[in-house]
Design a binder for this molecule. Structure first.
Ligand SMILES: C[S@@+](CC[C@H](N)C(=O)[O-])C[C@H]1O[C@@H](n2cnc3c(N)ncnc32)[C@H](O)[C@@H]1O
Length: 313
């Protein structure tokens, strides 16, 4: 119980750090891919001093603070200092690997984790990927899947034998050679169905993306990875922490539903547990509205709400 609480606190702290890092990069008009070179961070004294100070003083065995960073009114040099503090803290807490292994603890079967169990339960119930009775039709290949943000090759999606193959990828692979180490946002857009998929799983990843526009971009990008052939239905398994749709200032079940609908997704199944919201969507490119945009809009004012938001531009 105590370990689980510590893991939760750590995950929350990493979310705060990553969110504030994204805000700083946005204010500095830099991107995740290029900022290190553009700021010449290895030689940037302000950044290095701030980072080293945190590395030397931060006590990682203390309960991490839940406070956000105060970034308003800071000039460029102060923002670079804050960036150093954030990266110092990420490093001192063991890097993103620690974040991932805290998340893996949440996935441990004994703790009731591995959200893909829900996916497999639904797929078996729907029988949507079962071979047809037309046994003479040998041209139809088994469905393929991609798991974005994969922490383990032992997840139900990989073990269920429904898929011919499951392409697994993560920003930081915990099983090199089995889970591709790749930023999905950098994965080349497929040109043929051979590198597209029938089912895509994106569980607890979009909330990990610290920026509202990048979240929308990720959802839009996912639609480009579905096969175009009619052999099998095109499905998206999607999971968010429940408070993203029940306690956000900018997002709720209805507004998120509209975003998904405009992207071409039809809700097939939905389930909420105490902490998570799970969806199974079917993708239909003919329903997609390419001109649709969604801006950040306060839907539910109130002090005790989070700022989860998805923007489509
Ligand atoms: C909270 S974990 C969730 C893991 C698992 N899918 C689950 O449902 O428990 C989020 C994972 O998404 C990965 N991730 C976040 N953004 C990503 C991206 N752009 N491309 C690939 N993986 C990403 C992170 O590295 C992290 O391992």
């Amino acid at each position: 119980m105590a370990r689980r609480k510590t893991a939760r606190q750590l995950i929350r702290r990493f979310h705060i750090l990553l969110k504030n890092k994204a805000i700083i990069l946005n204010k500095l008009e830099l991107t995740e891919e290029t900022y290190k070179n553009q700021l010449n961070l290895n030689k940037n004294k302000t950044y290095q001093d701030a980072k080293n100070a945190i590395l030397q003083t931060l006590k990682v065995n203390k309960t991490p603070s839940t406070n956000d960073f105060q970034l308003t009114g800071l000039n460029r040099s102060q923002l670079i200092g804050k960036l150093g503090e954030i990266e110092g803290e990420i490093e001192k807490r063991g890097g993103l690997e620690t974040y991932q292994s805290a998340s893996t603890q949440g996935q441990d079967g004994k703790r009731g984790g591995d959200s893909s169990k829900k996916l497999v339960e639904w797929l078996r119930e729907l029988k949507c990927y079962s071979p047809s009775d037309d046994t003479n039709n040998t041209t139809v290949k088994s469905p393929t899947a991609m798991e974005i943000g994969c922490l383990s090759s032992q997840n139900e999606i990989s073990k269920c034998k429904i898929f011919h193959s499951v392409t697994k990828l993560d920003l930081h692979s915990q099983e090199p050679g089995v889970i591709e180490e790749q930023d999905f946002m950098e994965r080349p857009i497929p040109k043929t169905d051979a590198s597209r998929f029938d089912l895509i799983s994106c569980s607890l990843v979009v909330n990990f993306v610290p920026d509202a526009e990048a979240r929308g971009e990720m959802l839009r990008r996912i639609t480009k990875f579905f096969k175009t052939g009619n052999d099998w239905p095109k499905m998206l398994f999607f999971v968010l922490p429940l408070p993203c749709i029940t306690n956000s200032r900018y997002c709720d079940d209805a507004s998120f539903g509209i975003i998904m609908e405009k992207l071409g997704f039809v809700e097939i199944r939905k389930h909420t547990s105490n902490k998570l919201a799970y969806w199974l969507f079917e993708y239909d490119s003919k329903r997609r509205n390419l001109k649709f945009s969604v801006k950040k809009k306060e839907l539910h004012p109130g002090g005790n709400r989070n700022n989860f938001c998805v923007v489509l531009s």
